[in-house]
Write a protein that binds this ligand. Sequence first.
Ligand SMILES: NC(=O)c1ccc[n+]([C@@H]2O[C@H](COP(=O)([O-])OP(=O)(O)OC[C@H]3O[C@@H](n4cnc5c(N)ncnc54)[C@H](OP(=O)(O)O)[C@@H]3O)[C@@H](O)[C@H]2O)c1
Length: 255
Amino acid sequence: METVTHGERIVCITGGTSGIGAGLVAAFLDAGDCVHSCGRNPVKVERLLAAWPEAVAERRLNLVRGDIADDAFRARWVADIAERSGRLDVLVNNAGVILDSGTLEESLDHWRATLEVNLIAPFAMTQSCARLLESSSAPVVVNLSSACARHPFASCTSTSYSVSKAGLDMLTQRLAMALGPRGIRVNGVAPGVVDSEMWEAVPELMRETAERRHLLGRQAVMPRDVADAVLFLASPQARLVTGATLSVDAGYALG
Ligand SMILES: NC(=O)c1ccc[n+]([C@@H]2O[C@H](COP(=O)([O-])OP(=O)(O)OC[C@H]3O[C@@H](n4cnc5c(N)ncnc54)[C@H](OP(=O)(O)O)[C@@H]3O)[C@@H](O)[C@H]2O)c1
């Protein structure tokens, strides 16, 4: 299989305006690639554009405002990527939310909204991008899962979040089965607790537990740690890796 080298790839990252997404945008731009990304909050969109003036001028960073849970937005965005870039080499389904905590206490509206962003949007983006990905010589999809997908940690207090990420892990495997024959690899990364806006919003219990569970001595994993794992999964070094979800959690899931 022919490989697309760093610096030539067309990359789409959902939710690239903060946290892990911003780390992913930086990692792919640093590698010289062309990045399409999105976010809802206009202040965060402007902040990211201001951080990358050269990439914006070179049209290597294409950032749009929109809600990834919105069918019409996704259709417009994928059409725009097709028009501007003509193909897609890497799709990273990164955007995710934790909206509530508790199990029986969570509102149904928050359950539905969590599943829309964390589970349905990654499926819909992959489905919509499949033909664009087929135009690449080395196409890859990477889904942002979580350590919470695999074990019902008491410290992860949002049940809808954990369930959405458990569903995403199965989605990664099902998509790998469906897209493997078309040459498209599909994998996931499962971070523990990452230093991001989502992390700032998590309950104190989870922060305290993280320090103990991160066996490699960090209180939080940094966005760049996660981005490096995504770079690996998107690289030729991972050419036979598909259907896998890689823990990037400093041992959180073992602790
Ligand atoms: N932080 C952690 O400890 C941790 C651990 C395990 C897994 N993860 C996963 O890693 C991914 C990134 O999390 P993070 O910690 O970087 O979160 P974050 O700092 O809150 O960033 C989330 C990004 O996604 C965007 N986003 C959220 N909902 C969106 C929507 N409906 N449409 C478009 N963009 C949307 C946000 O932009 P707007 O605010 O403008 O919408 C932002 O750019 C998520 O899937 C998360 O579940 C995080």
